[in-house]
Design a protein around this ligand. Sequence first.
Ligand SMILES: NC(=O)c1ccc[n+]([C@@H]2O[C@H](COP(=O)([O-])OP(=O)(O)OC[C@H]3O[C@@H](n4cnc5c(N)ncnc54)[C@H](O)[C@@H]3O)[C@@H](O)[C@H]2O)c1
Ligand SMILES: N[C@H](CO)Cc1c[nH]c[nH+]1
Ligand SMILES: [Zn+2]
Length: 422
Amino acid sequence: MRIVTDIENICLKRSVDAGSEEQRKAVMEIMDQVKRKGDQALIEYTKKWDGAELTSLLVREEEIAAAYDHVETEMISIMKEAAANIKEYHQKQLKTSWNFTQENGSVLGQRILPLDSVGVYVPGGTAAYPSSVLMNVIPALVAGVKRIVMVSPPNENGNLPSAVLVAADIAGVKEIYKVGGAQAIAALAYGTESIEKVDKIVGPGNIFVALAKREVFGDVAIDMIAGPSEIAILADATAVAKEIAADLLSQAEHDERASSVLVTTSISLAEEVINEVEQQLNDLPRKEIAKKSIDQYGLIVVVKTLDEATTAINTIAPEHLEIITENPYDILENIRHAGSIFIGRYSSEPVGDYFAGTNHVLPTNGTARFSNPLNVDDFQKKSSITHYSEAAFKENAYKIAKFARLEGLEAHARAIEARYEE
Ligand SMILES: NC(=O)c1ccc[n+]([C@@H]2O[C@H](COP(=O)([O-])OP(=O)(O)OC[C@H]3O[C@@H](n4cnc5c(N)ncnc54)[C@H](O)[C@@H]3O)[C@@H](O)[C@H]2O)c1
Ligand SMILES: N[C@H](CO)Cc1c[nH]c[nH+]1
Ligand SMILES: [Zn+2]
């Protein structure tokens, strides 16, 4: 981990993986095959890439019931409690339709409806996180989305991880298909015999999934192309080095391109954290990944004042921010850019990854300057409502027609004038 003192030059942006020419071609070919051959293409690709020979893509109810036998009872109740917390938090985000009546009797409003259908991609392998199933599905359910479809690549035996199936069931997903990669995204976007197309696709995945999501964007909506995890911690001398190091490593273990940054006014804390990180790395099961991440993107920024620390954080605009200082709420007031903010010693980032109720799908790579955590709004759509009264029309028709003629749009003006005589 490097120590720097110059906040002018902190730039943690990692180049976005645009994929190689070969990968882009492969994705285009997969999309084309799925459009032309439907389920048959899905089954062939699942054999080719996941090694599973499937006769049916749909996960049967008995498979979901059986999954419960492979997950600890205690774990099931923890997932249920986490799901309840996530639901409670996201219910607060729910917006409803509104309208108002003007003096002249016109009614203007906004109608808010849930999307009809959403597809949730759950990555295969070690990144098949049940917590992400809850985080992606529950806001959609709270929004009122009727059809939520989950897709995920099966293992060689044609199964999805039991914990993922249980999380999906707890969240309320009824339709799950064993298919991953670009072919799953194509199926969700364009439909096949067994998978009806959806309106929006959410959830992370590898480069093939990301490229396919980019490709279908416009035909369907997508959430975001999430980058590697990030944590920034703003701490003063009151923070405990062992805890700060553990929190930095919590995100470093996600990905060798994850970034973990400490911004502090205390040089002694900085030095202790470096030692702690080295020691704690030793017995982490994902040591290789975490070490690469820390070596490449681990950074400690030592500043003179908490104001400077705040400026540094706003420059980084991190996905996750922990504020561990004597008066964290004073700092919070000046934080402008961060995806999810954790306040105080006991709000360690994994509290939010799993349990508190806030969403862990967050803007990365500096996009917290203008993007939001995944939320209920992502699964709602709005229509504007205009009901002009006769009085309002008569009062404003001349102005509207004149405005139309300013733009050279005569037919617009005449549409107005067809309804009134001067
Ligand atoms: N940002 C986040 O919050 C977050 C969370 C979890 C996972 N992830 C990401 O999800 C990814 C998980 O990756 P994964 O590969 O284990 O699972 P995945 O489900 O994303 O991808 C597996 C699929 O990739 C396809 N594939 C593999 N090699 C291919 C090739 N050569 N040509 C065409 N298709 C190919 C196959 O269809 C396979 O089913 C990682 O990149 C991880 O960083 C991100
Ligand atoms: N911290 C990750 C998002 O940046 C989400 C996650 C899932 N499981 C554990 N953590
Ligand atoms: Zn995490």
